[in-house]
Design a protein around this ligand. Structure first.
Ligand code: URP
Ligand code: ZN
Ligand code: ZN
Ligand code: ZN
Length: 466
């Protein structure tokens, strides 16, 4: 048992002074203004700290096989790094290859994830369509705790899904009470522009953003929303990075369509200048998709979050070390796409969002935890500080400073995109299922302590746009 004493509770709804008692079952047993410490119960002093629901990272790729290699953070190292940054749950992606059924792929990912130090769930990717996929989606929803499916409109000849398959999948998901998520970039256009650039001899990583201009995302976001609207089903767009994407989402919401958008902190703080300079590796380290954009796109993302048009923050945590990035030394299209970030998401968002006055602490909780729990139907088990919820809690120092550095982080990768950045707002202590696993710089992540989050389907009302 753990008594969190003397802190200020901050949830998506409001703030209040209160204590929390975490029960032996890893759930919140009691919340009250003051609580007597039961005998034998450890006390965690939260004086001067904000007590918030642990972060939920709705988009990670631990040990993901991708572009000829495997992401370097595995389910243990990646979730442990998350705990050090205040994130207590992840939703990762099962990516079936063309020879493996969805259910077998899900089983393989369950196996890999057994080493997780924090709770985890899975979205399952649909890359093509056939009768077995139609049936497997039902098995996944009804027997495997999956309530969301992922679609890549990018990565032609690899993960890219055609529109017809995407439509089939969206209809089937809605019938089953699941929600579809989508990486919105026009994969045909990207492949076409990549070939243009290579034929002009532009083989370096600075060509990466040129091959994926904002319009490529704008078109795909608009198309995904249009297709979902035809069927009257909800759609969740991952890593929105452009003004065009934000506009497509907010216009659809104004038409009454159920559309959600996710933002990565790295898209909020880095612009296209990260692709300048002659240090090949330094530029390659910022090769992720969608790429980093000119400043006015960042303004649109902030506006989208502040106004509630964009609901969640993720990191798309997908780590590749120097030796892996170098697979694309002579051809930028072969640089494994992805950036690390699970450990720094909350600090970066607090520093640039709350500290600057753009977001309230309540919006911060909504954007890092509660909205994700609600959209993916694990609320109030996650994303809440109510009695009976999982005791996943972060004790946050809103004024502490931290300089992000490769010498102190826990991610299993040899660089940090935020290297040298000093941020205000630090996870002082993290509690996972009632256990103090991060205590002022001391990480007590336990390999295998994370449990699978079985997510239930929910009635997804068909709602056609006006
Ligand atoms: O560059 C990225 N984002 N890599 C991970 C795969 C994806 O597109 O989410
Ligand atoms: Zn993506
Ligand atoms: Zn991703
Ligand atoms: Zn210790």
């Amino acid at each position: 048992m753990l008594h969190v004493k003397g802190g200020t509770l901050v949830t998506a709804e409001g703030s209040k002074r209160a204590d929390i008692l975490c029960g032996p079952d890893g759930k919140i047993a009691h919340v009250a203004n003051t609580i007597e410490t039961p005998t034998g119960c450890d006390v965690v002093d939260a004086t001067g700290l904000l007590v918030m629901p642990g972060g939920i990272a709705p988009h990670t790729h631990m040990e993901m096989p991708f572009m000829g290699t495997i992401a370097s953070d595995d389910f243990y190292t990646g979730t442990a790094a998350g705990l050090a940054g205040g994130t207590t749950s992840i939703i990762d992606f099962v990516i079936p290859d063309s020879r493996t059924s969805l259910v077998d792929a899900w089983k393989a990912w369950r196996q890999k994830a057994q080493k997780s130090a924090a709770d985890y769930g899975f979205h399952v990717a649909i890359t093509h369509w056939n009768d077995q996929i139609y049936h497997d989606m039902k098995t996944l929803v009804e027997q495997c705790g999956v309530n969301s499916f992922k679609h890549f409109m990018a990565y032609k000849n690899a993960l890219m899904v055609e529109d017809e398959a995407f439509l089939h999948s969206m209809r089937r998901a809605a019938e089953l009470g699941a929600i579809c998520t989508v990486h919105a970039e026009n994969g045909d256009a990207v492949a076409y522009l990549q070939q243009d650039l290579l034929s002009e001899g532009r083989t370096g990583p600075e060509a990466h953003p040129v091959s994926r201009p904002p319009a490529v995302e704008g078109e795909a976001a608009h198309r995904a929303i249009t297709l979902a609207g035809l069927l009257g089903v909800p759609i969740y767009i991952v890593h929105v990075s452009t003004q065009e994407g934000v506009k497509a989402i907010s216009e659809a919401r104004l038409r009454g369509q159920e559309v959600y958008g996710e933002v990565l902190p790295q898209h909020l703080v880095f612009d296209e200048s990260v692709y300048e300079g002659s240090d090949w590796l330094k530029v390659a380290q910022y090769v992720m998709s969608p790429p980093f954009r000119p400043k006015h796109h960042q303004a649109a993302l902030w506006g989208g979050m502040m106004s509630g048009q964009l609901q969640t923050t993720a990191t798309d945590h997908c780590c590749f070390c120097a030796s892996q990035k170098e697979m694309g030394k002579t051809d930028f299209t072969r640089i494994p796409n992805g950036t690390p970030g699970i450990e720094d998401r909350m600090s970066v968002l607090w520093h640039y969002g709350v500290k600057t006055g753009k977001l309230t602490p309540q919006q911060f909780v909504a954007l890092t935890s509660t909205n994700t729990a609600q959209i993916f139907n694990i609320y109030p088990q996650k994303g809440s500080l109510s009695i009976g919820a999982d005791a996943d809690i972060v004790l946050w120092d809103p004024d502490a400073e931290r300089t992000i550095s490769a010498t102190t982080y826990h991610q299993n990768v040899d660089y940090n995109i935020y290297e040298g950045m000093t941020v205000t707002g630090v996870a002082k202590k993290t509690i996972s299922k009632g256990h103090l696993v991060w205590n002022e710089g001391d990480l007590h992540a336990v390999r295998g302590a994370g449990q699978y989050i079985a997510r239930q389907p929910k009635n997804r009302n068909v709602r056609k746009p006006f």
